[in-house]
Design a protein around this ligand. Structure first.
Ligand code: HEC
Ligand code: HEC
Length: 287
């Protein structure tokens, strides 16, 4: 009897332990994503006048993104219950990220990259939510965005379950990193009348006005393998340096709208897969 109790106790404790362990893995994954390739803070963390992130306001919103089509304010996504998302359930936050629907049922507008995030796996979106729960609450009320374009009724049919993408398939996982998680193509794909022209994925050319509310403009680069206009002649090391350090092939520093400050923590295997994806894109302009 005593022996049985002991066996039961040991198996109970190891269950608790593996549960704690799984939670740690989830948090580590969430931190790796949010502070790396996904870079929610590239929009949701306001910046100082010198364009560096305002770390005391991490993910507290208020960052203004001004384009012809909208004056968008990234909301507060800290755990503050009144001005942030502290009172939202996990399911409500997951729906906001992947389906672009707010807690009250209203639609979330651009540039929140919902189209890309729809492909996020259940495991990864759960990891992101688990990590967001650990972000310190900051009280900060953010103005509502104003859109001069009609917003879609929805970003697509309700999502069911999204499976994980196998990491041993470099092209599939690289596409997941670049297209879905990193939403690289929402900045690097040209738009035509307010919609992405995916026949020219990665061709760049979009002019961003007043990034960080500052008075200048920057154009997204062509990141297709075109030999002259894109990355075709770049080495893998040069592409990695641009992504993680923000230095172009000729040594020119890139504007931090390109989120290299986040990408610098990417694992080397992830960078390799991302490059496999970039090199698989049809070169633009098409010959
Ligand atoms: C490219 C910029 C951008 C990125 C990257 C981004 N967001 Fe957003 N997000 C926005 C904007 C802008 C809005 C508000 C749009 C509007 O006003 O309709 C928004 C809205 C939201 C909302 C709705 C909050 C509310 O109170 O209405 C949540 C939740 C959210 N984002 C979470 C995230 C998370 C988590 C990530 C990273 C996984 C992320 N966002 C990445 C720009 C971005
Ligand atoms: C928020 C918008 C945005 C996102 C997201 C973004 N980029 Fe960029 N990227 C830019 C802009 C703008 C430039 C040009 C910056 C400049 O010229 O100073 C750029 C430049 C680059 C360059 C340098 C090209 C050159 O010719 O110098 C590479 C490579 C690149 N991006 C790859 C990526 C990859 C890969 C991702 C996804 C992991 C990504 N970008 C995500 C906006 C973005």
């Amino acid at each position: 009897m005593r022996r049985l109790t002991k066996v039961l106790l040991v198996s109970f404790l190891s269950l608790v332990y593996s549960g704690v362990h799984a939670q740690e893995d989830l948090l580590a994954r969430g931190s790796y994503l949010v502070n790396g390739i996904v870079g929610c803070g590239n929009c949701h963390t306001p910046r100082n006048a010198d364009t560096t992130a305002n770390t005391s306001m991490r993910l507290a919103g208020g960052f203004l993104i001004e384009e012809h089509e909208f004056t968008a304010y990234a909301p507060n996504i800290t755990q503050d219950r009144e001005t942030g998302i502290g009172a939202w359930s996990d399911e409500e936050i997951m729906r906001a990220i992947r389906e672009g629907v707010r807690r009250d049922g209203s639609i979330i507008g651009p540039p929140m990259p919902v189209l890309s995030y729809r492909g996020m796996s259940d495991t990864d979106v759960r990891a992101i939510v688990a990590y967001l729960r650990t972000v310190a609450p900051v009280r900060n009320s953010v103005p509502r965005s104003v859109y001069n374009i009609p917003l879609p009724e929805s970003w697509g049919p309700p999502l069911g379950s999204v499976p994980d993408v196998p990491r041993d398939d470099a092209l599939a996982y690289g596409t997941y990193l670049g297209y879905t998680l990193g939403h690289c193509m929402e900045c690097h794909t040209p738009m035509s009348e307010g919609v992405f022209d995916f026949s020219r994925t990665g061709a760049g050319g979009t002019l961003f006005h007043k990034p960080y509310g500052l008075d200048f403009a920057v154009t997204a680069a062509n990141i297709t393998p075109h030999a002259k206009q894109g990355l075709g002649a770049w080495t893998d090391a040069e592409i990695k340096r641009a992504i993680t350090e923000g230095i172009s092939r000729d040594g020119r520093p890139l504007q931090p709208l390109m989120a290299y400050g986040y990408y610098k923590t990417m694992a080397d295997a992830d960078l390799d897969a991302l490059i496999v994806y970039l090199r698989s894109l049809p070169p633009q302009p098409a010959d």
